[in-house]
Structures are given as structure tokens and as C-alpha cells.
Write a protein that binds this ligand. Structure first.
Ligand SMILES: Cc1cc2nc3c(=O)[nH]c(=O)nc-3n(C[C@H](O)[C@H](O)[C@H](O)COP(=O)(O)OP(=O)(O)OC[C@H]3O[C@@H](n4cnc5c(N)ncnc54)[C@H](O)[C@@H]3O)c2cc1C
Length: 472
């Protein structure tokens, strides 16, 4: 039956776009963190929505499960197949055309396989900002960003990927094409299908194209690193910036000294320019469409006020673009430094800002009491209450052995504190297969049952990314 399936696929795609030997499939089978490796009957590379639709029709007729895949940079194993060897990966990388930049409507219509960084560059060429920005932007794709509702460093000002999306084109589990490629900012015509597919991690449909919002490109940007001694001052500092800079505040990222120590170890050229290894290094960015001088003065005034009220103890303002980039590089390299060091126990969580101090102090204390010497690599998009609260074994202890013995209790401890503080167990990375088991307890029975009902209605055969997000 399975070789019959491959020959049916050959009626849709040129053979060279159906990868079925082990060597050509290998790069698509292991996730970025190397936590999951699966098997696949084939990896198919369609060139347009019609081809995706025909592939889905064949898969629906043969009850074959498909795994939609973009850049394969997701952190939850969502784009990795299971170990059966019966699933088909549909990788969208050949669908990488920008269809239109609509200047008057300030939108870009593009295919799902466009690399995020290319989208930013295409927008900038026309004088626009496409504000989605994250560490994997050189390889993640817009379809993957939409499917995971990715966050990143600009959420504070521009929102998640969901907030940037106006329209979608989606291939359904039955192989129909839904054309919702409208660039409308208002459209109250019943259930919002676009919002249903955004964040559904390939379990409800395959996103083949999208209409995304563009913004005027800022002409001035000022970036600073400041030192804070504790979380309470950090939140007060954020509130001060929100009050004084309002919408000019475009970045507010936190890096603890333990996170930056990892950077220092693996990327020694990334030294923190702040004095004395402060407990928290905060990266702040202001952007504006007015003169450079206006933003700089505003930044200096706010920093002065922060110094006077004791919220910060040191500050360095980037004097040029390359220094500003090096500040952002420090932030982005923490994820890479962790990957170099060993597989951390990761928690991508959100906590209401008002409970953040309580969460961090209690959870840090509980972890340090239970696992003496444990390293807490805590950093993230603090402006959104989003922490990457990751746990590494004490120096000298083997990662594999520590994780094997402690993964479950560490997750339980951290997630219990997340629930106590009314947070979320997945801020921006999604659920995938990593967080499938904990979801029912976290969402509550009613919400979880509604999710199952939606999945059953749209994909009754359970062939779209089965056993990811929600099992039916
Ligand atoms: C260094 C690094 C930094 C990162 N920083 C951030 C960050 O700051 N914020 C953040 O949110 N994430 C971050 N991520 C995670 C990751 O980059 C995002 O989740 C990204 O949106 C995934 O895009 P992708 O194309 O790689 O998707 P993939 O990994 O290929 O897929 C992710 C999920 O989406 C589904 N999918 C993919 N394409 C489609 C499609 N066309 N239609 C339907 N479903 C689809 C897959 O089945 C899977 O479930 C980071 C990752 C790395 C490696």
C-alpha cells in the first residue's frame, strides 16, 4: 500500500521532490534541539497550494498522516514525525514567493515557505518594517511562525504573529483550499477561521499563504543595557519606560548573570559591557519616526530618573548600530550557548507582571533547596512577562544523567508555581509533542474538550499532525 502511495504522489510531484531514501530524508527527521527523531515514509516538497491540496486528497483517501514542516526550528517537536515510518512530511520550503506588497494597504501577501529574514528584508526595501523578529529568523518560515503563533522580541509593541496576520490561505485535511487572503482590518462575518488556524501547529490545516501587516520603518532606534539588582526594580523600570516612552518602547529583554555566564563560556567575545556582573542585565530599545536626537534625549531622561530612584545601578547606551547589534547578539546567543552546554530542562512560560517577582523568588528558592548548585538560566522577553526559565545541572554533573533523574519533578515543580501565579506553561513555543500530556490539566476540562471537538470537526480522520497539541 505504501509504495502505491508514493506512486500516487508521483502523479502530483516530480520524483525529485519526493524524498524517500534515508539520506535525503535525514535532515527533516530531527528537531532543532535534537530531542526528537522520527521516521517518515517520504518528505514531499510541493511548489504551490494546488499541489498541497492534491497531496492532502491522496493522504485523506489512504488515511495517511502528514506532518507540515517549515524551517524545523520549533522547540516542541511539532514538525517531527513519529517513529512509525508511515507519515509523510510536507515541507513548504519551495513555496517562498512574495506575491504582493500593497503599499496603500500596508500589507504583504506571501507564501508560507518564505524565510522570516527574507520577509523583513523585502519589506525594508519598500520602506516598511515587518516587525516579527526572533533568533531563528534566518531559517524559520512564515508558515511555521503562523502555525506556532511565534512571539519574539517585538511583541511588546507589535504583538504576536497572530496580531500581524490579516488573512490566510489554508489547505484542509480533505484537500480543499480555503482562500481567506483578504487584507482587512475589520471583518466581523462570524467565526474567525484565521484565528483558528494561527497557533494550531499544523493540526487543523496546512497554511500555504498569508496576508501580513506592515508598519512604517522607524528612522531612529536607541538601544541600551542597564543593570538592575532585583526583579521588583526591573518591573518598576519597565513600568517607568511604559509610562514615559509609551509606544516608542519596542524592546525590554532580561538576561540574568547566570545566563550571561554561559555566553561568556561559549562565546567569549560577547562580554557584558556593564560593570561588576550585575544580577540582571536589561536590554531596552526605543524606536521612533522622529529625529535621532528626540529619542536619545527621551532615553537619557528616563535613565536619569531610573538612576535617581535607585532602579538601576549602571547603564551603557549603544553609540552606533554595530554596538546595538552586539547587545541584541548577547541576548540571542543565550539560546545557542545553552545548546552548546547541554540539553537544559526548558520552560517557556508567561507570568502576569504583577506576580513575576513572587514566581521567580519562590521557584528559584524551591529549586535551589531541592537541587543544590543547580543553574537557573532565566532570561526572556520580560516586557511580555515571558520567561525562558531553564534548568541546567550543577557544574560538573552530567546533563543526561541529571535530566533522566529529574526532568519530571523539575517540570512539576516549575509548572505548579506557574499555575499558582496564574501563568501559562507555553508562552510562545507552542505545545507540539513536548507539552501534550500536561495540556488537559493546564487548560481545564472544558477548554480541552472544546479543542478536541474542533480537531474532530476539521480533521475527523486525525491525519493532520496527529498526537501534537491535542490527542483525539
Ligand atoms: C535560536 C532560536 C530562537 C528562537 N526564538 C524564538 C522566539 O524568540 N520566539 C518564538 O516564538 N519562537 C522562537 N523560536 C522557535 C521557532 O523558531 C518558532 O517556533 C518558529 O515560529 C518556528 O518556525 P518554523 O518554520 O521553523 O516551524 P517548524 O519548526 O517547521 O514547525 C513548527 C510547527 O508548525 C507547524 N507548521 C510549520 N509550517 C506549517 C504550515 N505551513 N502550516 C501548518 N503548520 C505548519 C509544524 O507542523 C509544527 O507543529 C526559536 C528557535 C530557535 C532555534
Amino acid at each position: 500500500m505504501k509504495s502505491g502511495l508514493l506512486s500516487q504522489l508521483e502523479s502530483v510531484l516530480n520524483k525529485k521532490y519526493i524524498l524517500s531514501d534515508d539520506e535525503s530524508k535525514a535532515p527533516y527527521l530531527t528537531d532543532w534541539r535534537k530531542r526528537y527523531t522520527g521516521k517518515a515514509l517520504a518528505v514531499v516538497l510541493p511548489a504551490n497550494a494546488n499541489e498541497v491540496a492534491q497531496i492532502m486528497k491522496i493522504c485523506a483517501a489512504t488515511s495517511t498522516a502528514v506532518i507540515p514542516q517549515g524551517g524545523h526550528t520549533g522547540f516542541c517537536g511539532g514538525a517531527t514525525p513519529d517513529s512509525s515510518g508511515n507519515q509523510i512530511i510536507i515541507n513548504l520550503k519551495r513555496m517562498n514567493q512574495v506575491r504582493e506588497i500593497d503599499i496603500a494597504n500596508q500589507t504583504i501577501s506571501l507564501e508560507a515557505g518564505c524565510i522570516l529574514q527574507v520577509v523583513q528584508e523585502k519589506a525594508a526595501e519598500q520602506g516598511f518594517l515587518f516587525p516579527l523578529s526572533l533568533g531563528a529568523e534566518g531559517s524559520c518560515m512564515i508558515g511555521g511562525n503562523l502555525a506556532t503563533n511565534a512571539g519574539g522580541t517585538n511583541v511588546l509593541r507589535y504583538g504576536n504573529t497572530r496580531d500581524l496576520c490579516l488573512g490566510l490561505e489554508v489547505v484542509t485535511a480533505q484537500g480543499e483550499i480555503w482562500n481567506g487572503m483578504k487584507g482587512l482590518r475589520k471583518d466581523n462575518t462570524g467565526y474567525d477561521l484565521r484565528d483558528l488556524f494561527v497557533g494550531s501547529e499544523g493540526t487543523l490545516g496546512i497554511i500555504t499563504a498569508a496576508v501580513m501587516k506592515l508598519y512604517p520603518l522607524p528612522i531612529s532606534q536607541w538601544t541600551t543595557l542597564v543593570a538592575t539588582q532585583d526583579i521588583a526594580s526591573t518591573i518598576a523600570l519597565l513600568n517607568l519606560f511604559q509610562k514615559r516612552a509609551t509606544s516608542l518602547l519596542t524592546g525590554f529583554e532580561m538576561m540574568t548573570s547566570e545566563s550571561l555566564a554561559l555566553n561568556q563560556k561559549h562565546f567569549p567575545h560577547m562580554a557584558n559591557p556593564l560593570q561588576g556582573n550585575p544580577p540582571n542585565t536589561i536590554l531596552i530599545e526605543l524606536s521612533d519616526h522622529e529625529s535621532e536626537e528626540h529619542v536619545k534625549q527621551l532615553l537619557e531622561t528616563i535613565l536619569e530618573e531610573a538612576f535617581e530612584s535607585g532602579l538601576i545601578s549602571d547603564a551603557v547606551i549603544a553609540t552606533n548600530l554595530s554596538q546595538a547589534n552586539s547587545f541584541w547578539q548577547m541576548r540571542e546567543h543565550i539560546t545557542l550557548a545553552q545548546a552548546e552546554e547541554g540539553a537544559n530542562l526548558k520552560h517557556d512560560i508567561t507570568i502576569p507582571l504583577s506576580a513575576l517577582d513572587d514566581f521567580i523568588s519562590q521557584t528559584d528558592a524551591l529549586l535551589r533547596a531541592r537541587y543544590p548548585g543547580v543553574r537557573i538560566i532565566n532570561f526572556g522577553h520580560l516586557g511580555d512577562g515571558n520567561l525562558h526559565y531553564n534548568i541546567a545541572p550543577p557544574p560538573g554533573i552530567d546533563f543526561k544523567a541529571f535530566n533522566l533523574a529529574n526532568e519530571k519533578p523539575v517540570h512539576e515543580l516549575v509548572y505548579a508555581q506557574v499555575e499558582r501565579c496564574k501563568g501559562s506553561i507555553s508562552a510562545e513555543h507552542g505545545v507540539g509533542q513536548l507539552k501534550l500530556d500536561g495540556l488537559r490539566a493546564h487548560k481545564g476540562e472544558v477548554a480541552h474538550d472544546l479543542m478536541k471537538a474542533i480537531k474532530k470537526a476539521l480533521d475527523p480522520q486525525n491525519i493532520l499532525n496527529p498526537h501534537k497539541v491535542v490527542s483525539i
